[in-house]
Write a protein that binds this ligand. Structure first.
Ligand SMILES: NC(=O)c1ccc[n+]([C@@H]2O[C@H](COP(=O)([O-])OP(=O)(O)OC[C@H]3O[C@@H](n4cnc5c(N)ncnc54)[C@H](OP(=O)(O)O)[C@@H]3O)[C@@H](O)[C@H]2O)c1
Length: 256
């Protein structure tokens, strides 16, 4: 798969990325089907299959249970992989906790560097709660991320946003933005347009509406062809789904 640069500062990534929520977290997720966490062997095979298909981006977060630790142990030292992780949210004792203070952000980045076994993190995003506009308006969190980028600890910074106003502020101040876009939720299109016009990187989360959208091929085909989209991050722990998703993306891109 031909790689695309995320904006002007971000890494070059595959048009389909691998979402890793289900690598490490069972509680407090809203997927349609119950699941069990993959074993190390299953995860090793899944990541090898993704690499074979040309996927080079995995998206993770401290809030995804032990997803970061598992990814770091299995592929942290493999230069093929680009990694997106997040700051601001942790998930402990069945609950999300949010802390966007500069000290918490610095500590989270240090922790992710250790777990992911990377000196420089490719992408770090603010992992936004519902009141993301207030966090962007406050500015301290993004200022801290930009400082860590200037210190050489992160290549590109951004925010995984919920509300339009926060997404638009992220476009203005960051290198990239992660937004929800799928056939049932088109509400973030103004952020997509703003990011595209500003030459900022765009990552798509929940492209299959977290598993509630069934016309997978059509959804992925339209998203990877959407101008400006860098990578469509699909969550899966099923190798058959992974291969099918990659094949659908390849067909869509070959058709132009
Ligand atoms: N706030 C944030 O920053 C945020 C929020 C949500 C998501 N994300 C990121 O975005 C990623 C993707 O979002 P998501 O996982 O919520 O939703 P998604 O990618 O829209 O959907 C994932 C669900 O679809 C299923 N699926 C995948 N391929 C399939 C196929 N070919 N046929 C049928 N079902 C299929 C998966 O089940 P199987 O495992 O059985 O394939 C999984 O249950 C996450 O993993 C995470 O990395 C970030």
């Amino acid at each position: 798969m031909e790689l695309r640069q995320l904006g002007t500062r971000g890494p070059w990534v595959s048009p389909i990325g691998l979402g890793s929520t289900k690598f490490g977290r069972l509680e407090g997720v809203k997927y349609p089907q119950a699941f069990t966490l993959p074993s190390d062997g299953q995860l090793t095979d899944l990541l090898a299959l993704a690499k074979e298909w040309g996927i080079n981006l995995v998206d993770t977060a401290p809030a995804y249970g032990n997803s970061e630790a598992r990814i770091g142990a299995l592929i942290g030292r493999d230069d093929h992989w680009r990694m997106a992780t997040k700051v601001g949210e942790t998930f402990v004792d069945g609950r999300s906790h949010f802390d966007f203070s500069p000290a918490a952000i610095r500590a989270s980045v240090e922790h992710s560097r250790r777990l992911l076994r990377r000196d420089v993190l490719d992408i770090v995003l603010l992992h936004m709660p519902d009141d993301d506009v207030a966090i962007m308006q406050d500015g301290a969190a993004i200022t801290m991320l930009l400082e860590l980028r200037e210190q050489g600890l992160i290549t590109a910074v951004g925010a995984s946003t919920k509300n339009l106003a926060a997404g638009l502020m992220a476009v203005e101040h960051c290198d990239l933005v992660m937004i929800t876009l799928n056939p049932s939720d088109q509400s973030q299109r103004p952020v997509l347009a703003a990011a595209r016009n500003a030459g900022k990187g765009i990552l798509i989360k929940k492209p299959l509406d977290s598993g509630y959208h069934s016309d997978v091929d059509v959804a992925l085909a339209s998203l990877v062809r959407e101008p400006g989209v860098g990578s469509v991050v699909v969550g899966t722990i099923d190798p058959v789904h992974l291969a099918g998703n990659c094949a659908a993306v390849q067909r869509a891109l070959a058709d132009g």
